[in-house]
Ligand binder design. Structure first.
Ligand code: ADP
Ligand code: MG
Length: 507
């Protein structure tokens, strides 16, 4: 539109006139005076008057203005004002180009949000890689440490000096406890990086919570009241039982810490449906469908937006040194995501916090679990076991333990060497192999080749974590036997015996 110094329209095109009419309810025409039309007091009118008075005062500028009613028909316009001169160069008015940039701004905003979400998820992914790598190596070391301590403990018994025995035993115990605590921390790191082997089973969440209630009440202390509201007719969820218990415990501990003066912790269950609309708003990939909901609500201090944005990051804690590890919610996040579920936190400063865990509903078609219980009683044996492990200390530890239990033991540092052995010796009953191996052959491939050579062979895998070799979509392939690292003397003894005693299942 073109306007003279008296605010009269000299020219205006159709589109500009249409927009003007839409916003102000008046249709501008050549010759009419703008000041009459926009004499009222609305914000929109004031904005237009202000802009034109600058333009007619000789200023040339570009601006973006929001006009219309916020929340209803508001749109954003880019306006470019220039001075109009006659042929002698005298200022006689101003002209304006208007562009509706609402869609462009909206697209830019969405792009910025998407980039932010991507950045956040890449950060979580990178931290996960790092955490998983550390946990994997650390588990190897811990296995050696825990194993060595166990051997020391058994050796101490044969020392004749009673005083020395007592002192050594106490040191050993303390070292054992510290290693077990370290093992727990590495387990949480693995959980965060979604690289722990999970063993999902159908779970009745109502029962699981009822079974946990005692321990939860003890964890929460006297000042916090525990309230459990279970939904009747609750679907079966599909998840790893131990990790789900850990997740609920982590949430309860956080709730307790958030209620130093006491309060109420409510655990609720329910059947829910996540629809397409909802899942499309989530950055992580979550399938629409049926979920079992476990909601944990406290009446504690709550979180501000800054804290809320970072709670899932490993080692993020607002607690004093020594009190928080920053790994509780990381475990929850990694476990739920690896289980194809979804976790969401709602929090209000000073009011409280709700953490909602959505676990996929158990599809009845999934294979029922057919793990034989670990056999107790007879622990050792005289069978022949081939140990394949690239970590030298760890290999000699496992070999030592198995020999101590009476087994005949062969060893190899990688897959090709193990296969070579298998073609040369006459008797091997069990292949005990690490999943991640060097020399271009992982444990899974080694097992396949070995079974071709000796169909009667039993196989037991061990791993600090599993990439994809035996854990697919976060679950063990049927028939696969796995001993997670770090393992203790007793765990190794029991697992080896139970695999040897089980009827043969094909991999
Ligand atoms: P930690 O408990 O060791 O600090 P978490 O990963 O469990 O590590 O939690 C990280 C942070 O999230 C906590 O330090 C706290 O600031 C916040 N947080 C977690 N749960 C709650 C809660 N229920 N109420 C208030 N803040 C919480
Ligand atoms: Mg915690």
């Amino acid at each position: 539109m073109v306007v003279d110094l008296e605010y009269r329209w000299l020219a205006i095109n159709r589109t500009a006139a249409d927009e003007f009419e839409r916003i102000f309810g008046w249709r501008p025409e050549v010759g009419t005076n703008m000041s009459d039309l926009i004499a009222g007091r609305s914000e929109n009118k004031a904005a237009i008057k202000g802009l034109w008075s600058r333009a007619l005062g000789g200023e040339e500028f570009t601006t973006i203005e929001a006009l219309g009613n916020p929340g209803r028909d508001q749109r954003h316009y880019e306006m470019k004002f220039s001075v109009l001169r006659d042929k002698d160069g005298r200022r006689i008015g101003a002209y304006q180009f208007v562009y509706d940039v609402t869609d462009r701004l909206e697209a830019e905003k969405r792009l910025a949000e998407a980039q932010e979400a991507l950045r956040q998820s890449q950060k979580m992914e990178a931290v996960g890689q790092l955490a998983g790598g550390i946990a994997h190596d650390f588990n190897n070391l811990l296995t050696v440490i825990i194993g060595g301590l166990g051997q020391l403990e058994r050796g101490i018994a044969s020392i004749s000096d009673q005083n020395l025995t007592t002192r050594l035993r106490r040191s050993c115990e303390m070292a054992q406890q510290a290693s077990q605590r370290s093992a727990k921390l590495t387990a949480r790191l693995l959980a965060f990086s979604r690289r722990q082997p999970l063993d999902p089973k159908p779970i009745d969440a109502n029962r699981l919570i009822a079974d946990l209630a005692d321990m939860l009440a003890r964890t929460l202390g006297e000042e916090v009241r525990l309230e459990v509201i279970t939904a009747p007719g609750l679907w079966m969820a599909h998840a790893d039982v131990n990790e789900l218990e850990n997740a609920i415990l982590n949430l309860a501990v956080n709730a307790r810490d958030a209620m130093p003066e006491g309060g109420r912790l409510t655990i609720e269950t329910g059947n829910t449906f996540l629809d397409d609309d909802y899942v499309s708003t989530i950055a992580e990939p979550v399938a629409a469908g049926q979920y079992v909901l476990i909601a944990v609500t406290d009446t504690g201090v709550g979180m501000d937006a800054g804290t809320l944005a970072r709670v899932f990051e490993p080692f993020f804690t607002t607690k004093p040194v020594g009190q928080g590890t920053g790994l509780g919610l990381s475990q929850v996040y990694g476990f739920i995501r690896q289980s194809n579920g979804h976790v969401r936190i709602y929090s209000e400063l000073g009011q409280g916090t709700t953490v909602k865990l959505y676990l996929p509903r158990f599809a009845a078609s999934a294979q029922p679990d057919r793990h034989a219980p670990d056999s107790t009683g007879r622990l050792g044996g005289d069978e022949t076991i081939l140990v394949v492990e690239d970590h030298d200390d760890l290999r000699s530890y496992s070999v030592g333990v198995l020999q101590e239990l009476g087994y005949r033991v062969l060893e190899a540092p990688n897959g090709p060497a193990a296969l070579d052995l298998l073609t040369r010796v006459d008797r091997v009953d069990l292949l005990f192999t690490d999943v991640v191996l060097p020399a271009g052959m992982d444990g899974r491939r080694l097992a396949d080749e070995a079974l071709r050579l000796r169909p009667e062979l039993r196989v037991l895998f061990t791993t600090g974590y599993s990439r994809n070799a035996i854990v697919h979509n976060g679950r063990l392939d049927p028939g696969v036997q796995l001993l997670p690292k770090p393992f203790t003397f007793d765990a190794l003894a029991a697992k080896v015996r139970s695999v040897l005693d089980q009827p043969k299942t094909t991999l």
